[in-house]
Design a protein around this ligand. Structure first.
Ligand SMILES: Cc1cc2nc3c(=O)[nH]c(=O)nc-3n(C[C@H](O)[C@H](O)[C@H](O)COP(=O)(O)OP(=O)(O)OC[C@H]3O[C@@H](n4cnc5c(N)ncnc54)[C@H](O)[C@@H]3O)c2cc1C
Length: 455
């Protein structure tokens, strides 16, 4: 039986971050992974989708080249070559991560693990015992009752990432982050795209103003959507897939992407048997990611916090530091930056207007239109920076729409997490001409001294 300070089940964002930080702090670490080190984010999530979105951006730029006076013509999308590019990015990062784990002396165990006692994980007959065990088994793409994923006509994001062709017509079931990103990619590649969303808005967790801007932008790009209507059924045939909605509408397409959310990977892994408190398959934890069983911790998509890679990283690091006795601060989940990498991007940190009001804040709001920003004009993008602030107090939420605005969250998250007010930010100088100037301008306007803002 091999003994460690830390045994980690699952080598995705949450698990490997915990392993790297634990090893850095002098703990002996075993990291158990049944698939590929790096997990969903590296192999089936963040990285490959963003590579596809970048290829889509190049296609759109080529299509629109004449606007910038460049004579170019988009001939076609070669999905084989796009996949070579995408897989190249993933493979380089995968190699780098494998080297990193090795260099930190983490014991990497390849195989399917199962929790067989509160401090032991068994992998193919071998037992790995830890003073602490961290569960980081992640999540899987869910479907709806009666909607069977066949991997050909009815697919999940896992299948969508390995397609070797661009579908002519595609229906995306679910207008959340993953659905909107694939809708954006496929439209850029020339497909006819329709999103079906049961909630009243696309990216419904975002501030309503951001959702509305994305909807307007998608409409302008020719991405169709049906909002506030539920899916009824899907039937497949040689010719494609026919989707019926509860309002009686029917649509046909080559492909149906089911993007209705992700569920925790927790079944048949021994979690319940060891007495770990669970809810709807999620492992329940306290603010330091401790489960109900002493010595067992859980991080990432397996617990009911935001399903984001950087949240998994942060939770993994926090757990390693807590175990090493550093007493780290609990994570403030409101302060986590969130991005939908569609065209346009939707980025935010902090509270939405609705959340701020529901929590009893007296708020003031300001929206700065990117039309007044030089770089936005150069890039030919539309959008805005919306600030929500406590009256005479700190900024409570920042919501941004436009091309490349995800990068603006680097500053936005400092403003939110350091509880800065508009008056604190207004004097900071932003380089000209950058999109970041829109952040500066918004805070200047909120502080009562607008420069390039009308009204
Ligand atoms: C299409 C898509 C796009 C995304 N884009 C983004 C994005 O742009 N930005 C972002 O922040 N997040 C994004 N995400 C979410 C992000 O990928 C997840 O939040 C993140 O991967 C969660 O990390 P994790 O460690 O909890 O789980 P995972 O990354 O799922 O890792 C869990 C690992 O555990 C392994 N495992 C499971 N069970 C066992 C077992 N019994 N034994 C051994 N190993 C096991 C799995 O093989 C897997 O490698 C995206 C997700 C998807 C699906």
């Amino acid at each position: 039986m091999a003994q460690f300070d830390l045994v980690i089940l699952g080598g995705g964002s949450g698990g490997y971050a915990c392993a790297l930080r634990g090893a850095q702090l002098g703990l002996s670490v075993a990291l158990i992974e049944s698939g590929k080190l790096g997990g969903t984010c590296l192999h089936r999530g963040c990285i490959p989708t963003k590579a596809l979105l970048h290829a889509g951006e190049i296609a759109d730029n080529t299509r629109d080249a004449a606007h910038f006076g460049v004579n170019a013509q988009l001939h076609s999308i070669d999905m084989t070559a796009v996949n070579v590019y995408k897989d190249g990015v993933v493979n380089r990062l995968h190699k780098g991560l494998q080297g990193l784990v090795k260099s930190r002396s983490v014991t990497f165990v390849a195989g399917h693990g199962r929790l067989v006692s509160p401090n032991t994980v068994e992998v193919e007959g071998e037992k790995y015992t830890g003073k602490n065990v961290v569960l980081a088994t992640g999540s899987y793409a869910r479907t709806l009752p009666g909607l069977e994923i066949d991997g050909t006509r009815i697919i999940t994001s896992d299948h969508a990432l390995t397609l070797d062709y661009v579908p002519a017509r595609v229906i995306v079931l679910g207008g959340g982050v993953i659905g909107c990103e694939f809708a954006s990619v496929w439209k850029s590649f020339g497909a006819d795209v329709r999103i079906i969303e049961a909630l009243p808005h696309l990216v419904a967790l975002e501030d309503e103003s951001s959702s509305k801007q994305l909807e307007r932008a998608f409409r302008k790009r020719g991405i169709n959507y049906e909002l506030g209507v539920r899916f009824a059924s899907a039937t497949t045939s040689e010719a494609g897939v026919k989707v019926k909605l509860e309002d009686g509408k029917e649509f046909e397409a080559d492909l149906l992407l089911v993007a209705v959310g992700r569920g925790p990977t927790s079944a048949n892994l021994g979690y319940e048997e060891q007495g770990i408190a669970m809810e709807r398959g999620y492992v329940i934890v306290d603010n330091k990611c401790r489960t109900s069983v002493p010595g067992i911790w859980a991080v990432g998509d397996l617990i009911p916090t935001l399903q984001l890679a950087h949240v998994g990283f942060a939770e993994g690091i926090m757990v390693a530091e807590e175990i090493a006795g550093l007493n780290p601060r609990p994570i403030n989940y409101d302060g986590v930056p969130r991005v939908t990498y569609s065209d346009p991007e939707v980025a935010s940190v902090g509270l939405t207007s609705a959340q701020a009001k529901a929590r009893g804040h007296e708020i003031v709001e300001l929206t700065y239109d990117l039309a007044g920003n030089g770089k936005a004009q150069i890039l030919n993008t539309a959008g805005s920076v919306k600030l929500i602030s406590e009256k005479n107090g700190p900024v409570l939420g920042i919501h941004i729409v436009g091309a490349r605005v995800g990068e603006l969250l680097a500053e936005a998250q400092l403003i939110y997490n350091w509880e800065a007010s508009a008056e604190d930010v207004a004097p900071l100088i932003h380089a000209h001409p950058t999109l970041s100037e829109a952040m500066g301008e918004a805070h200047m306007a909120l502080a009562g001294k607008p420069l390039h803002a009308h009204g």
